[in-house]
Design a binder for this molecule. Structure first.
Ligand code: FAD
Length: 344
């Protein structure tokens, strides 16, 4: 295995608080590696309410979840954070020299002197297809929320799900991707998405280019060598139907999983990490927690509170790393900060 990435600080979670954390660390001269299970930054704002307006970010009358994520990324950009997206941090170990060793599910490793958990309500991971044998097909014949559909060409594709992402994938397979056949499977014959997309689905159904099936995935039919040949579906009337399939694209939604963080031996209070309110440090040396994941007397799960927490955590990390409390400098007047920010 490759040597771990050596760094001062790793931030787990690229939600609004993790992103602002990167900015505050940057002002103190620290460059962060940021890991998130999602393929994009923004946490709950980007995943749960991208188009809804937020009204309680100081100084911004209203902005959507997506806009806030974009603004925070732009603000942090001068500090060139290294994003490791689409990776769930799975393991945490303490090295003999006291550094922390983090390992993601794809095998990326970090050796860091400090770790800031900005992990919100847990890693956003796709809901799994719950039929026997499905796990072994992930990455070959089963893909969760794929963004690239090039491998659908000439394949018998079953798309699972009923929301916009699922409908868009089925439409793309039946048109641009030129699949051999496209089936859209959802528990009910009801789909959500923009009107134009639903109209396209209706057209393709009428032309027989997309087959819609209402039912629940029940079992896989595989060849002797393990290759998937069909997906057995339980229909509402109690019968079963086998759908010809050599590629499954699952859009079953995303749900947060505290998962590994709960297994790292850190003290938890109702699934949250207790911290002190001066440093936002956990009881474990070098491990801090900010945003929705932490708890302390008076805690409120609000983005603006997370911004304050991230600011104090950055000062605490800088002090831990250098042995000295950093000076407070104003962004308006400090030429040192102007140089870091690349402004004049
Ligand atoms: P999150 O946004 O939850 O981000 C955490 C990130 O960490 C996630 O992307 C997750 O994938 C990642 N992560 C976790 N564990 C791991 C791991 N092991 N490996 C890799 N990645 C991991 N707040 C307001 O202040 N104002 C509002 O108007 C408002 N409206 C809201 C509306 C809705 C519908 C919801 C659901 C929440 C709203 N909130 C609002 C709350 C706000 O979204 C949260 O307080 C905020 O998102 C917390 O930010 P965070 O960065 O701490 O965590």
């Amino acid at each position: 295995t490759a040597a771990p990435i050596t760094t001062d600080v790793v931030v787990v979670g690229a939600g609004p608080v993790g992103l602002f954390q990167v900015f505050e660390l940057g002002l103190l001269g620290l460059r962060a590696h940021v890991v998130d299970a999602l393929p994009h930054a923004g946490g709950q704002c980007a995943e749960l309410y991208p188009d809804k307006p937020i009204y309680d970010i100081p100084g911004i009358r209203a902005c959507t979840g997506r806009e806030l994520s974009e603004r925070l990324q732009q603000q942090a950009a001068p500090f060139s954070p290294v994003y490791h997206l689409g990776q769930q941090v799975e393991q945490l170990q303490r090295l003999a020299d006291d550094r922390l060793l983090l390992t993601t599910h794809t095998g990326t490793r970090f050796a860091a002197r400090s770790l800031i958990l900005a992990a919100g309500v847990g890693a956003f991971v796709p809901r799994a297809l719950k039929v026997e044998g499905a796990d072994a097909l992930v990455g070959s014949q089963l893909f969760y929320h794929p963004h690239q559909l090039g491998h659908a060409r000439s394949r018998h594709v079953v798309v699972l799900g009923g929301d916009e992402t699922a409908v868009a994938a089925a439409v793309a397979c039946a048109t641009a991707q030129d699949a051999a056949s496209t089936t859209l499977l959802h528990r009910r014959d009801v789909f959500t998405g923009p009107d134009a997309l639903l109209a396209q689905l209706a057209d393709l159904r009428a032309q027989g280019r997309i087959q819609v099936v209402a039912g629940q995935p029940a079992a896989l039919q595989q060849a002797a060598d393990g290759r998937l040949q069909a997906l057995e579906v339980a229909l509402p009337d109690g019968s079963t139907q086998a759908l010809h399939a050599d590629l499954l694209l699952a859009y079953l939604g995303i749900s947060p999983k505290l998962g590994p963080i709960a297994e790292w031996g850190l003290e938890l209070e109702r699934k949250q990490l207790p911290v002190d309110t001066a440093r936002f440090a956990t009881a474990e040396p070098g491990i801090y927690a900010v945003g929705d994941i932490n708890t302390y007397p008076g805690k409120r799960k609000l983005i603006l509170c997370g911004f304050h927490e991230a600011t104090l955590a950055a000062f605490a990390v800088a002090e831990q790393l250098s042995g000295q409390a950093p000076l407070l400098q104003y962004t308006t007047s400090s030429s040192h900060l102007h140089a870091l920010l690349g402004v004049h």
